[in-house]
Design a binder for this molecule. Sequence first.
Ligand SMILES: Nc1nc2c(c(=O)[nH]1)N[C@H]1C(S)=C(S)[C@@H](COP(=O)(O)O)O[C@H]1N2
Ligand SMILES: [Mo]
Length: 256
Amino acid sequence: MKHRYSRRLILTGLALATPAVILGANRWLPQDLPWDLPDSVLNSGEWLSSRMHRLIGRKALAREYTTQDISPVFRTNGATLPKSPQWAAAASEGFETWRLRIGGRVKSPGQFSLADLKSLPLRRQITRHDCVEGWSAICQWGGVPLSSLLNQVGLQEDARYLVFLCADKFGPWQYYESIDMIDAFHPQTILAYDMNQDPLRIKHGAPCRLRVERQLGYKQAKYIMQINAVATLAGIGDGNGGMWEDLAGYAWYAGI
Ligand SMILES: Nc1nc2c(c(=O)[nH]1)N[C@H]1C(S)=C(S)[C@@H](COP(=O)(O)O)O[C@H]1N2
Ligand SMILES: [Mo]
């Protein structure tokens, strides 16, 4: 599984790098790109996208669309029905017993029910989801800004990243993802519990999933069970910040 890339993935890496090249970022390309293509393409994609975000500002908003732009079909990718007994038990009760745990380097660890999340301010946004495998879809997401939850639990001084632990596994590997605090407090970063104004479907990550709109699809963690604030990503999985980062060398900084 490690470091195997499909042709489509490589092409997507090239496509991601293209806008930066047009804008003249090619001046900054390392002089001696090692032409071990897959690694270098993905790594240069990560390198270029993080630099582009530094230029245009990490606080810039992702484009928002209108209701007319909403895709008729929003396909799924990855898990569509977690096997975790804890998640399945909650699902069988319409998620009434589901609790989102927030812990790690926070001042007051908390547990939130779906009703708790719904009692906090709602944000709706129509955005485009871009999967690294080469498909996109536009829909309206509704949920609670992650910042309002983080303000409730309070971060300790050494909290640098948020790790999202999901209910599903890919083989023996638990799905997890992580983001830094700039993305965590970005106004479009929400825990979405509805999609096109309907409750989020199971296949799309019920009861709630992450929307971090300036990042690629695999960062949009579905089936969130727990969020931990951490000082370092070392020691979590293989230490690369996400299951696909660990297994397939996907870029941790998947900025678009
Ligand atoms: N927990 C979990 N989150 C996940 C995945 C997954 O398999 N498990 N797949 C990711 C990928 S690669 C994509 S493109 C999107 C797909 O979301 P969708 O199934 O709602 O289209 O979810 C992301 N989040
Ligand atoms: Mo994806």
